[in-house]
Design a protein. Structure first.
Length: 96
C-alpha cells in the first residue's frame, strides 16, 4: 500500500473521530452521529491533504512508515475534521 493512501486513510479516520468529539463537546454544533462522522471524515481528508501540501515534513517522501509522520497525519486530520464539523454544525443550527 502506498504511503499516500496510508496517510489519507489515517486522516479520514482521525477526522471522523475529531468530528464526533466536536459534536459531543457542544450540542449546538452536533449534526448527529452520522453527520458528525461524515463531516469530520471529509474535513479530515481534505484538510489533511492541504496540511501535507503546506507542510512537507508531514509527507512521507521516503515511502517508509514513520511514527512522527503518522502522528502528524492523525493530529492534522483530527483537528481539521473537528473544525469542519463545528462550522457545518453551527451554520446548520443557525439556519434552522
Amino acid at each position: 500500500m502506498s504511503a499516500t493512501l496510508i496517510n489519507l486513510i489515517i486522516q479520514i479516520v482521525a477526522g471522523a473521530l475529531g468530528g464526533n468529539a466536536a459534536g459531543a463537546a457542544s450540542k449546538d454544533m452536533s449534526l448527529g452521529t452520522a453527520g458528525n462522522t461524515i463531516a469530520g471524515a471529509i474535513g479530515g481528508g481534505v484538510g489533511g491533504q492541504i496540511l501535507t501540501a503546506l507542510l512537507p515534513m508531514l509527507s512521507n517522501a521516503a515511502g517508509s512508515v514513520d511514527v512522527g509522520t503518522l502522528l502528524g497525519q492523525a493530529v492534522g486530520g483530527g483537528v481539521t475534521g473537528a473544525i469542519v464539523t463545528a462550522v457545518v454544525g453551527l451554520i446548520k443550527n443557525k439556519m434552522a
